[in-house]
Design a protein around this ligand. Structure first.
Ligand SMILES: Nc1nc2c(c(=O)[nH]1)N[C@H]1C(S)=C(S)[C@@H](COP(=O)(O)OP(=O)(O)OC[C@H]3O[C@@H](n4cnc5c(=O)[nH]c(N)nc54)[C@H](O)[C@@H]3O)O[C@H]1N2
Ligand SMILES: Nc1nc2c(c(=O)[nH]1)N[C@H]1C(S)=C(S)[C@@H](COP(=O)(O)OP(=O)(O)OC[C@H]3O[C@@H](n4cnc5c(=O)[nH]c(N)nc54)[C@H](O)[C@@H]3O)O[C@H]1N2
Ligand SMILES: [Mo]
Length: 742
């Protein structure tokens, strides 16, 4: 006892006499923000995290970043490898050695490969947290060296936008720079709540400046969001999933009233005539008038017509369509229609020849890997697409939203293989995908599940082996964004806690157990250094040493022009990587796909589970599942500091609440045929009647009867992807009732 005290005192003495260091990095936690972080470290301990001091309109960290220390030292952090002892999902595990965990994983991988072939191995790595070295490519290299695997295609986020941009421009989705907001005279926040979601830059600050400068801001959203409250001059509530109808009607007004930009259309676009025929009803006999769209969307015709005129006549105007409205059935049509509207008014901003620069640079920084033998076997109509979404751009024909379906049905259901082994990393798949109960059923069918995690997430509970991965503050990496202009070195602040390892270390250890000898011959620092060197060959970039010290480097974008300079000067050059070389309002690739539900021009297709569906009699409310301030998806949900900030509630309009006898704070059940969630209700006029909202990301915690008290909306959403690949979590019908028996 006395000796223990002696050592304790020694440790305290050393800690007190160790100098405090500041490690610079960025917050790297799946919200898309790139906020500077100053991590104060003493010995091997983070004692404080504060926001950076970048000059100018810098990215001040939000509450999540500031709470990151609580996340690193969370009592429920996974610090040792775990082996499942109870039933899948029961959460019963025992600690095992790395040696035992790795041997189990490697022997199962070899056994399943020998029995069912490489295609039976499924791996998915989501975008959490976006970085380079310890991310999807690390797994990809290992699994390709193992002979291949099934990599799903698409993202569980913006696949509708990816598809639409690929078809329309031949590129990844475009984005606006902060300067664009300052330059514009009208900003339409369409399905966009940047006060909560940020998405890459310190946008709210720029919106505030734009507003101060006289820019008009309009919000089109079923909810009166914080962004609407702070910035909007006008709120236009819209029924979820009906946006494309409103775009079509806006186009109708613009063309009918001769407000379109003919020069732009003639010079830079392809297929306008077909779109005009559609909006004027020459194709189907239905004119896409504002009155037609009013019935569908709930927006008065006069408002639609006014919005159309305002958008066409105010230059420059930004139609800032965010992703949520594209996370609906036929969500890709929403993004295609928005592009059509931007094109016919000439309000397009595309830089660098239409190719967002960061995407190309991202490729440079990837860890190389041999070809995936499984994909080489696969062929599909999707191969025509320039991009098939995030991750490793797979052609193996399993959409990322459909893993559960693919596992349950396999070859018999038309999938290329029967799936037996699932490795999930950087994702809380079960929680974040449609229809949790279906995913649970699928997970029960698998022979082996491996999860690489920091926490015992809803997904990890189903794993056979859980390997503890360290946080980004415990390893070195490079942050190379998909869309933004910020690059950063993620400097290691402390050594990995417990026995947790970095992702690359984990892959290296598995490789070695599998007998793969050439998996990795470099240290993390060598990798990052070589990536920075390659980057500086392409763009103006600081040296590795400077970047390491500074942490962050933001690429400067030139002043925006209506389209890329190259296209403007010489449209004959066919600079857009589309079949016509132009912006394809009529997509020739889609035409070749010949899919009845993917029309070559953007069209309004009524969603499944719309209010006209017979299901609406039983389940009359449309559920939407927006992103939440105190979480990044399911991350941070367990942190007490953040839990104090917001409660997980379902929002319902005063009108719908009254007719159900629901008052503010009442416990309610929200349900449909797929599941049931019980959480308190927030009764408010900030959501339109007929719509209810449950913030996505809450950890599902079903009781013995499968009723979820965690408030995970994916208990209710449908497990289906849109024909063009859009993730459809905002299309679901539900009913809501007060719960009295609590
Ligand atoms: N705090 C925080 N920030 C985040 C994230 C997070 O989890 N937390 N996630 C990050 C990621 S990965 C992403 S993809 C982005 C997501 O960014 P978004 O997709 O923009 O975020 P959402 O909150 O889903 O939706 C934005 C708004 O769309 C509205 N909406 C929903 N359905 C419809 C519809 O059918 N039509 C219209 N017009 N509006 C609709 C919602 O009410 C909401 O206010 O945010 C990023 N930033
Ligand atoms: N209903 C509904 N569902 C949605 C959405 C919605 O709007 N509504 N939004 C969708 C969108 S836009 C997205 S992007 C997805 C997000 O879906 P996911 O990417 O699956 O969600 P996260 O909650 O970010 O899960 C990341 C997990 O990775 C772990 N993690 C963090 N860092 C690391 C690391 O370095 N290595 C490893 N191995 N693990 C790590 C975290 O602990 C966490 O459990 O959700 C989608 N699901
Ligand atoms: Mo996302």
């Amino acid at each position: 006892m006395r000796i223990n005290n002696f050592w304790r005192k020694c440790v305290i003495w050393r800690f007190q006499h160790t100098e405090e260091q500041i490690v610079r990095t960025i917050c790297n936690s799946h919200c898309g923000g790139t906020c500077e972080m100053k991590v104060h470290v003493k010995g091997n301990r983070i004692i404080r995290i504060e926001s950076g001091d970048e000059e100018g309109m810098s990215h001040r960290m939000c509450a999540r970043g500031r709470a990151y220390r609580q996340r690193v030292y969370a009592p429920d952090r996974l610090l040792y490898p775990l082996k499942r002892t109870g039933a899948r999902g029961a959460g019963e595990f025992t600690r095992v050695s790395w040696d035992e965990a790795l041997k189990t994983v490697a022997s199962e991988m070899k056994r399943l490969r020998a029995t069912y072939g490489n295609a039976s191995i499924l791996h998915f790595c989501s975008m959490a947290d976006a970085h380079t070295l310890h991310h999807v490519q690390a797994f990809h290299r290992l699994l390709c060296q193992f002979g291949g695997y099934t990599a799903p295609w698409g993202t569980i986020s913006d696949e509708g936008a990816n598809f639409a941009a690929g078809m329309t421009y031949g590129t990844r989705p475009k984005g606006y720079t902060p300067e664009d907001y300052l330059n514009s005279r009208l900003i339409i926040m369409w399905s966009w709540n940047p006060v909560t979601t940020q998405q890459g830059t310190n946008i709210p600050l720029y919106l505030a400046r734009a507003k101060e400068g006289g820019t008009k801001i309009i919000s089109v959203d079923p909810r009166y969001t914080d962004s609407t409250a702070i910035f909007a001059d006008q709120w236009i509530p819209i029924r979820p999933g009906t946006d494309t109808a409103v775009f079509a009607a806006m186009a109708y007004v613009i063309v009918r009233e001769n407000l379109h930009d003919k020069h732009f259309i003639d010079t830079y676009t392809f297929g306008f005539d077909r779109f005009r025929d559609y909006i004027f009803g020459l194709e189907d006999g239905v004119e896409k008038t504002p009155e037609w769209a009013e019935v569908i969307s709930g927006i008065p015709a006069v408002t639609i017509a006014g919005l159309a005129r305002e958008y066409a006549c105010t230059k420059p105007a930004i139609l800032n369509t965010s992703i949520a409205a594209g996370r609906t059935a036929f969500g890709e049509q929403y993004h295609r229609a928005a592009s059509a509207l931007e094109s016919i008014t000439g309000n397009i901003v595309i830089r660098n020849g239409g190719r967002p620069i960061s995407r190309d640079l991202m490729r440079i920084t990837q860890i190389p890997s041999p070809p995936n033998q499984v994909e080489l076997d696969a062929s599909s109509r999707w191969n025509a697409l320039p991009y098939r979404g995030g991750s490793v751009n797979s052609s193996a024909r399993v959409n990322v939203s459909l893993l559960a379906d693919a596992i349950l049905k396999g070859k018999a259901g038309g999938y290329p293989a029967d799936y037996k082994f699932l490795w999930l990393s950087n994702t809380n798949y079960l929680n974040q995908l449609g229809e949790v109960n279906k995913t649970i059923e699928a997970f029960q069918k698998l022979e082996f599940i491996l999860v690489t995690e920091q926490f015992m997430s809803s997904t990890a509970k189903y794993a056979d082996i859980v390997l503890p991965v360290c946080s980004f503050l415990e390893r070195n990496d490079l942050y190379a964004p998909r869309t933004g202009g910020a690059y950063a070195i993620l400097n290691k602040a402390i050594e990995p806690l417990g026995e947790s390892k970095s992702q690359l270390q984990i892959c290296e250890a598995i490789a070695s157990e599998l007998g793969i000898t050439d998996y990795n011959d470099r240290s993390d620092e060598e990798w990052v250094r070589s990536m920075v060197t390659k980057l500086s060959e392409e763009v103006e970039f600081p040296s590795y040493n400077i970047l390491r010290k500074r942490g962050i480097h933001r690429l400067k974008f030139g002043k925006s022009t209506p389209v890329a300079k190259k296209e403007l000067e010489d449209p004959e050059q066919k600079s857009f990587p589309t079949p016509s070389g132009k912006i394809e309002i009529y997509s020739q690739i889609i035409d070749k796909m010949n899919h009845p539900l993917i029309p070559p021009i953007p069209k309004y297709l009524e969603t499944w589970e719309s209010l006209n569906d017979h299901l609406a009699k039983k389940y009359p409310l449309q559920l939407i599942t927006p992103h939440f301030n105190r979480r990044a998806h399911s991350q941070f949900d367990n942190l007490p500091w953040l839990r104090e900030l917001q409660t997980q509630v379902v929002t319902i309009s005063t009108l719908d609440a009254e007719s159900r006898g629901i008052r503010q704070g009442d416990m309610v059940k929200i349900f449909n045929d797929r599941g049931e969630v019980r959480i308190p209700a927030e009764v408010t006029e900030r959501i339109m009647p007929g719509v209810v909202a449950i913030p996505q990301g809450a950890w599902c915690t079903p009781d013995r009867n499968g009723i979820d008290y965690g408030g995970c909306p994916n208990m209710l959403t449908k497990n289906i992807s849109s024909p063009g690949g859009a993730f459809t979590c905002n299309t679901a019908l539900v009913q809501m009732e007060r719960v009295d028996d609590l």
